[in-house]
Design a protein around this ligand. Structure first.
Ligand SMILES: [Zn+2]
Length: 227
């Protein structure tokens, strides 16, 4: 297993692809440490500017010492990873430790929450995520929103991962209701990120609005307008 946490590293600027797998590498010339993307053969050499990389395919000189003949060997033990790179390391999930949980887990918990507070969730075929921003407007029993604020689960999962690493104090996931056979989940966050550490962003759940008779109103009206 790699010592590098792909999600954390990419959130700080690494530009790998979905198949990228990262490993710490030590230069043979000067024994300095960086991160290698073995899929794309890129070497990220600066822990201060993790978006800087050089291609290992082009015979570039060592970015640390300028040597022209050099190689990298993988580091496989955490105690060889220097302090300045530790932020990019995988943290083993331990009871009580901070952990950034994937969207699928949050959706499961949101649905369980809805069952408790709003009764049975009506059947739906798919899930859509609606990123609330300044352009959403209230309309009768719903919202008027721009087309590009709606995301499928596949589209939204990586955005959500990044949201949880961006330093926001909270992210709200609200089951807005069912629209065209889709469960629509509204996503809100504060205007500004405030440097909250990864794993400590509070993810809050809420259910659909209630009718005057105090039962949950699951039918949602969305007016989707071109972006
Ligand atoms: Zn070197």
């Amino acid at each position: 297993m790699s010592l590098v946490d792909k999600l954390t590293f990419e959130s700080r600027g690494a530009r790998g692809c979905s198949d990228s797998n990262y490993a710490f590498g030590m230069t043979t010339c000067c024994e300095r440490v960086g991160i290698v993307d073995h899929e794309l053969d890129e070497f990220y050499w600066s822990s201060d500017t993790p978006s800087s990389s050089l291609s290992l395919l082009e015979g570039a000189a060592c970015p640390f010492c300028g040597a022209s003949r050099w190689d990298l060997h993988d580091i496989v033990h955490l105690d060889q990873v220097p302090e300045h790179w530790r932020w990019a390391c995988t943290s083993e999930p331990r009871p009580g430790s901070r952990r950034v949980r994937p969207l699928s887990e949050h959706v499961r918990e949101l649905l369980a929450f809805c069952e408790r507070v709003a009764g049975p969730v009506p059947p739906f075929d798919t899930t859509l995520f609606l990123e609330m921003n300044g352009t959403a407007a209230r309309i009768d029993a719903g919202w008027r929103v721009a087309r590009d604020a709606l995301f499928t689960t596949t589209e939204f999962a990586p955005r959500f991962d990044r949201l949880l690493l961006a330093g926001y104090a909270w992210v709200n996931l609200s089951a807005y209701g069912i629209w065209q056979e889709a469960l629509v989940i509204g996503v809100e966050r504060p205007r500004e990120a405030t440097g909250v550490p990864a794993g400590l962003t509070s993810v809050n759940y809420s259910g659909p609005p209630h009718t005057p008779e105090a039962s949950a109103r699951w039918s949602l009206n969305l007016d989707v307008v071109p972006s």
